[in-house]
Each structure stands twice: as structure tokens, then as C-alpha cells.
Design a protein around this ligand. Structure first.
Ligand SMILES: NC(=O)c1ccc[n+]([C@@H]2O[C@H](COP(=O)([O-])OP(=O)(O)OC[C@H]3O[C@@H](n4cnc5c(N)ncnc54)[C@H](OP(=O)(O)O)[C@@H]3O)[C@@H](O)[C@H]2O)c1
Length: 249
């Protein structure tokens, strides 16, 4: 008998979503109709109030402004992935399910393919690296989110804390500054002379030709999460340094 349903499944290829709109909407929004229906049926049959923890994204916002997006700020996605995730949120919000929607951003990890691993590989081969320096957010480790989720699952009656929350690391940066931090950490751990490696080039997002528009401001405000749950936010540098150390040592 389940105590909680966690939905981390999603269609996450932002570029491909522009071409595979039906699939993106099927996975990121229509699936939520089925999930909410199943939870409703379960609740009726067993007189329960099964909570749904659902992961969403800063891509539901349009990325304007310079302040961290708050959970109840107006959403206005600028690409198909964002629109499909926003639609999924709306389905949950209009259901009878006790939901916790956790929006996050810029997730990286010691596992799978992600920005940290890509940059490390390029540094190791001393390739030329150009990275966007005009999009802002907080790189957040999947382990940090998983640890929070574990703590959340230990709590009594999370269904009473129903709501929309943001979860990300403390601080903010750009993709370029993150890449530069990865380079500096690599140099420190490996003891390589700085001059032996090519520096990273900062570039503007406008020089990149992509099918999907990307939000410029991915900052997320985590105040309501901190107020509601025992949540210790750590800085993005701490989280990223841990991943790099794990991968290099
Ligand atoms: N990564 C980020 O930077 C980021 C940022 C903000 C929010 N998020 C949100 O965080 C959540 C997890 O993202 P992630 O980065 O872990 O994505 P991911 O690595 O692409 O993982 C998505 C998972 O969903 C599964 N999946 C896809 N379609 C499915 C389907 N039709 N039925 C069942 N499972 C399906 C995939 O399974 P297979 O491996 O078998 O295909 C995969 O395990 C998503 O809700 C995403 O929107 C991620």
C-alpha cells in the first residue's frame, strides 16, 4: 500500500520538444490526468489522502526580470517543454489530489550526462570551451534534492503542507561562471598549472542558434520551502565541488 506517489518522470529534451510537441505534452501534461485519476480512485477505495510529489521546472516562467521567481508568480513559458510542464502543473492544481509541486532548475549530478560532466570532459582534453554568460540561476545537485525528498518522506502528514514550492541551491551564477568554477576546481584537485589549460570563453546566448528559447532568469525563490519544511539550503559551489571531487578522485 503506497504512502506517497513521487513523479519525477518527464520528457526533458528541451530542443527536441519543439519537434515532438505531442510526445512532450503526453508525458508532461496528459500523464498527470491519469496519475491524478489513479490517486483519486485509490483515495476513494481506501479512504486515504495519498499525497503526490511532482517535480516541475523554472521553465514555466518566461525568464524576464532579475529577481528570483516566487512560487505564485505568474507563469508564462516561452518554449514547448515549459508549456507542457506548465500544463501538467495546471492539471494537478485543478485536481482533488494533495500535491506538493517542487520546481527546480539547473540540476546536475555525479550520474548521467549533464553540464558538469560535459565541461570536465572538455577540460580533460584541453578543448576550446565557450559558455553562455547571460543566463542566471543556481546549479543544484540531484543528491541535494534527493536528500530533501528523503527528509520530506519522514515527515508526518505532508498532505497538510499541500502547495507549490521552489527548491534549488543557495546563491546564483551564470553557465559561464559555473564552467569557470569547474575549471578552477579541476586545476586545484589535479594540481595542473593554470597556464597549461585554455581559459573558458564567455559568450552571449544570442550567439547560440537553438530551436527552443531559453529563459534568461532561472532564479528561484525558496523562502516558502524554508518556512514550511526543515530545509537546509547549501550553496551551489559546495554542491558542485562535491560532484567534481567525486568524479575526479
Ligand atoms: N535536469 C534539470 O535540470 C531539471 C530542471 C528543472 C526541473 N527538472 C524536472 O525534474 C524532473 C526530473 O528530471 P531529470 O533531469 O531527472 O530528467 P531525465 O534525466 O530526463 O529523467 C526523466 C525520467 O523520466 C522517464 N520517462 C520519460 N518518459 C517516460 C514515460 N513516458 N513513462 C515513464 N517514464 C518516463 C525517463 O525514463 P527513461 O530513462 O527510461 O527514458 C527518465 O528516467 C522532471 O520533472 C524535470 O522536468 C529537471
Amino acid at each position: 500500500m503506497p504512502d506517497v506517489i513521487v513523479n519525477a518522470a518527464a520528457y526533458t529534451n528541451v530542443e527536441k520538444a519543439e519537434l515532438e510537441q505531442d510526445l512532450a505534452f503526453a508525458v508532461n501534461s496528459h500523464a498527470l490526468v491519469n496519475i491524478c485519476e489513479e490517486i483519486d480512485n485509490f483515495n476513494r477505495e481506501y479512504s486515504r489522502d495519498l499525497p503526490l510529489i511532482h517535480f516541475s521546472t523554472d521553465y514555466v516562467f518566461n525568464g524576464d526580470g532579475n529577481e528570483p521567481n516566487r512560487p505564485l508568480d505568474k507563469i508564462n513559458p516561452i518554449n514547448i517543454y515549459g508549456r507542457s510542464k506548465a500544463e501538467g502543473e495546471k492539471i494537478i492544481l485543478s485536481s482533488d489530489v494533495s500535491y506538493l509541486i517542487l520546481r527546480t532548475s539547473w540540476v546536475v549530478s555525479r550520474y548521467g550526462n549533464n553540464f558538469v560532466k560535459t565541461i570536465l570532459k572538455k577540460i580533460e582534453t584541453n578543448s576550446e570551451i565557450s559558455v553562455v554568460n547571460d543566463q542566471y540561476g543556481a546549479p543544484t545537485s540531484a543528491e541535494f534534492i534527493a536528500d530533501f525528498l528523503c527528509e520530506l518522506l519522514q515527515l508526518e502528514s505532508i498532505e497538510s503542507k499541500k502547495g507549490l514550492y521552489h527548491i534549488c541551491a543557495e546563491g546564483e551564477t551564470t553557465w559561464y561562471e559555473l564552467a569557470d568554477f569547474i575549471l578552477k576546481t579541476f586545476i586545484k584537485i589535479r594540481g595542473v598549472p593554470e597556464k597549461a589549460l585554455l581559459p573558458i570563453n564567455p559568450i552571449s546566448a544570442s550567439t547560440f542558434k537553438t530551436s527552443a528559447k531559453r529563459p534568461r532568469n532561472s532564479r528561484l525563490c525558496c523562502k516558502s520551502l524554508k518556512k514550511t519544511f526543515p530545509f537546509k539550503q547549501t550553496h551551489w559551489k559546495t554542491q558542485i565541488a562535491e560532484i567534481i571531487k567525486f568524479l575526479l578522485e
